[in-house]
Design a protein around this ligand. Sequence first.
Ligand code: EPZ
Length: 417
Amino acid sequence: MDRIRLTGGVKLRGRVQISGAKNAALPAMAASLLTSQPVFLDNVPYVRDILTMKTLLTEMGVEAEVRPDGTSMLRAATLSSFEAPYELVKTMRASILVLGPLVGRFGRARASLPGGCAIGSRPVNMHIEGLEQMGAKCEIRHGYVEASAPRLKGARILFDTVTVTGTENLMMAASLAEGETLLDNAACEPEIVDLADLLRDMGARIEGDGTRTIRIHGVAELDGCAHRVIPDRIEAGTYAVAAAITRGAVQIENCCPAHMAAILTQLERVGVEVEAEADCVRIRGRDPIRSRDITTNPYPGFPTDMQAQYLALMTQGDGVAAITETIFENRFMHALEMIRMGADITIEGSSALVRGGSLLTGAHVLASDLRASASLVLAGLVAQGETIVDRVYHLDRGYCRIEEKLVGLGARIERIR
Ligand code: EPZ
C-alpha cells in the first residue's frame, strides 16, 4: 500500500491548478443512465472514485471512457445489468447514485445498500422513501434494495434532513417521471446546481435548484449533451488551508471563489489574507492564526468536508477553538492522529476543543477517510521532522495528483510505493 512521506517547515509559495469536482462529476456520470444518447463531460477529475463509477457503469453495459485529460464520454444505449454490486458499493457509497436514474428510465434497479463508513452510519432511507413516494416498490433483501416501477409519478417530497445525494438521486428520477415533483428542504450545494444544469442540457425541466425547494416537471425522454463539471471547492479549500497553515502565499487557479464563500470568510476571520477574483483566489498566511469556533452545516454553511482541514489549522491558533460537527456523527478520527503529533485536542460529544499553539512533531499516522487524510498531510506540512501517512488510498479517492501539486508549491513530500 502506498504511503506519503513529508517533512514540515516549508512556507508554500506559487500557483496551483484545481481539478473538477469529484462530488459533481459522480452524479453527472450517473445521469448518463437517463438517456440512450452520448453524454460528453469535461473537467472530470482523474481520481479513484471516478474510476470506480466508470467500472460500475461499464459493468451495466454503458460505453464509458474517462481520460486523464479530464474528458469523458458515456453512452447508455442499452444495459445488460441494472445492478450496483456490493463489491463496488462497499468501496464507494456514491454508487447509490445509479438508483434514481435506473428506476427513472428503466423502471427497475438493484443496488447494494452502502452501510456505514468511518464517518458515520449514513443510511439511504430518504433516497428509498422518496422513490416510494413516486410510486416505486422497494424491498430490502440480502443487503440490497430492489426497486421497481412501471413509470414513476411526480410527488411532493419533504426531506427530514438535508441530503446531497438524496436530492441528486430523486432529481434525476423525477426528470423522467409522469407529472411534477417538488423536493422540499432540498440540498442546495453547487454540485446540485451543476447536476440540474446538466439535466436541463439533456432536456429536463427543473427550477429552483440552489434553493431549498426544487420543482421538476417530468418529460418522456432525455437527450445527450456536453457539459463541463464545476471546479472542486473542497480541493481548493484544502490548498487555501495549506497556504494559511504554512504561512505561505499561494494563488489557487481554476477554482470558483463564489462556491467557497463560507470557507474564505472563515479564513479571513482567523487572520488569513484572501484576495478573490472570478476563477482564482490568492491566499497569504499570517501570524498569528486566530482561534475561532466553527460549526459545520449544509451549504451555504461551513462544509463538513472542510472540517478536518480547519481543525488542523486550529492546532496552530492563538487560543481555543470549538469545532462542532453537525452532519456526521463520527468525524473526528483525524483529531486522534493529530494528538499523536502533539496537538492539544479534547473531543466532547459532537465538538472538538482545539487548544492552539501546539508544536507538532512528525509521526507515523493512519488515514481513516478522504478528508481526514488531507488534514494529516496539512498537519505534516507544519510538523517538525518527518511524517508518514498510511492508507493514502483514501486520499487518492478524491485528490488529483496531490503530492505533485504540493511539490509545485515547494513542499517536501513524496509517495512511497
Ligand atoms: C455528500 O454525501 C458528499 N458525497 C459528502 O462528501 C459530503 O460530506 C456530504 O454530502 C455532506 O455535504 C458526495 O457528494 C458523493 P448526505 P451524502 O446525504 O450525500 C443523513 C467527501 O468527502 N442521511 O448529505 O452521502 C446522513 O447520515 C464526501 O467528498 C440520512 O439520515 O451525505 C448525514 O448525517 C464525504 N438518510 C446527513 O443526512 C438519508 O437517506 C447528510 O448526508 C441520507 C442522508
